[in-house]
Design a protein around this ligand. Structure first.
Ligand code: SAH
Length: 413
């Protein structure tokens, strides 16, 4: 299928433009600036819509309410691009949107940090789209088929505004089939530049990390935990550190540079642990990293923590999302409580617990209270050092976008 330019979609004669009417409840949600319109909120449509075309939403008085990207294959049927006064979504409009996202990051990073998020989906005005920079590689990840017919166009825009050597396409699992069958696109495809010969190396706070941009989780690295990694570096001196759900050892290399005596990476994935070893090897120039004893344990963290052996002075618990759906919320809260209780049991008398959650369905307050509760139940004295939420390159502009939260507890000697 030939990609349809953004212009063509907006310059369609008004008669054939996709027009929707929605429920009163959805109308006020959209009016308040929420970026999602669910399929069951649409009660009238002048015709069937195609992936990626612009849908114009009218209110009960037939006045323009909003315009967004249509996706017939997703329960989030329209991702709102603009609400309020009528606007023309043309090339100049997209360029301004991109510039807004770039300007927002202008003063956030120096040359020590070459890996960060350039566009964070809805909260940056690019619904269902993420753009990450790993040094000279850009990784574009899309979560809705609506972007597939628009890829050539946004690619040209990114190339014009962001200097880079290559651009990699990543697709969320639910759109693999439609991407391949209808648009001849696949996960890990190189959109411009050469195929990397291995993982891509980038810097974060001067530490060198590898990212498997073609196949790795998310876009290859958990860029969202940068601030927490920096925090852990300041707490690690002289401590024996356990990094549970370590992935490629992000927290661990920071802890080592901060003077940790030893670091244990615990993950169920051998692949992740191999990457953690390479990340340690990449940073032997730092005396802390060179002096730190690094070991890896491949195991199920829930089982391993429940088993007896070993105590640690600092434990990072950063599991994958434990509630993928709203219905899993309560089970997830119980799992967080159990996991953190087990973590606390493995802490030395004056140990520090760094507990994270990336489940959007569990609120920050619920999560923090759950961890505090686990600490109270232990019967030990503790102080709360801090809590952290989203970093500035991962803004959360609406409730469903708030997933990341981390709480720091220090137990008394
Ligand atoms: N803290 C990491 C990101 C964690 S991602 C960072 O900052 O980079 C979640 C990790 O948990 C993945 O590496 C995954 O392999 C691992 N994982 C998932 N289930 C697990 C389990 N039951 N036991 C141990 N590790 C698990």
């Amino acid at each position: 299928m030939k990609p349809s330019p953004i212009h063509a979609a907006t310059n369609q004669p008004a008669a054939t433009r996709l027009r929707l009417r929605i429920t009163a409840a959805a109308e006020s949600i959209v009016r308040s600036g929420h970026p999602w319109l669910f399929a069951d909120s649409i009660h009238e449509s002048n015709r069937a819509g195609q992936p990626g075309e612009l849908a114009v939403i009218f209110d009960r008085k037939d006045k323009f309410l909003a315009v967004g990207l249509f996706d017939p294959g997703s329960p989030i049927r329209v991702r709102i691009l603009h609400a309020g006064k009528p606007a023309t979504i043309d090339a100049a409009w997209w360029l301004a949107r991109l510039e807004q996202a770039l300007v927002r990051r202008d003063d956030l990073f120096d040359a020590q940090t070459t890996g960060y998020r350039l566009i964070h989906g809805e909260s940056d005005g690019w619904p269902g789209l993420v753009l990450d920079r790993y040094d000279t590689t850009l990784v574009l990840k899309i979560y809705t088929a609506a972007w597939l017919p628009r890829l050539d166009e946004i690619l040209a825009l990114f190339q014009k505004k962001i200097p880079c050597e290559r651009i990699v396409l990543r697709l969320s699992r639910n759109i693999h089939a439609v991407a391949e069958n209808k648009f001849q696109r696949r996960d890990g495809q190189i959109l411009s530049g050469s195929t990397p010969s291995g993982p891509v190396i980038f810097s974060e706070s001067g530490i060198r990390f590898e990212a498997d941009v073609l196949r790795g989780q998310k876009t290859g690295f958990f860029l969202d935990q940068r601030e927490n990694r920096r925090e852990v570096e300041t707490l690690a001196r002289g401590r024996r550190v356990l990094n549970a759900f370590s992935f490629s050892g992000g927290f661990s290399v920071y802890a080592a540079r901060g003077g940790a005596k030893s670091v244990t990476d615990l993950d169920i994935s051998a692949h992740a642990l191999e990457s953690a070893k390479r990340n340690f090897a990449l940073n032997q120039n730092f005396p802390g990293v060179a002096a730190c004893r690094h070991e890896t344990v491949q195991a199920d963290a829930f089982e391993w923590l429940a088993s007896g052996a070993g105590k640690f002075d600092l434990i990072v618990l950063d599991p994958p999302s434990l509630a993928k759906r709203a219905a899993e919320r309560e089970g997830a809260i119980r799992a967080y409580e159990r996991l953190n209780s087990q973590g606390i049991e493995k802490l030395t008398r004056d140990g520090i617990l760094v507990a994270g959650s990336c489940s959007a369905h569990v609120s920050a307050m619920e999560f923090f209270d759950t961890v505090r509760h686990a600490a109270i139940k232990s019967g030990r004295k503790f102080t709360e050092l801090k809590t952290l939420r989203h970093p500035p390159d991962h803004p959360a502009g609406f409730k469903e976008a708030e997933y990341l939260k981390v709480i720091y507890l220090e137990f008394a000697a």
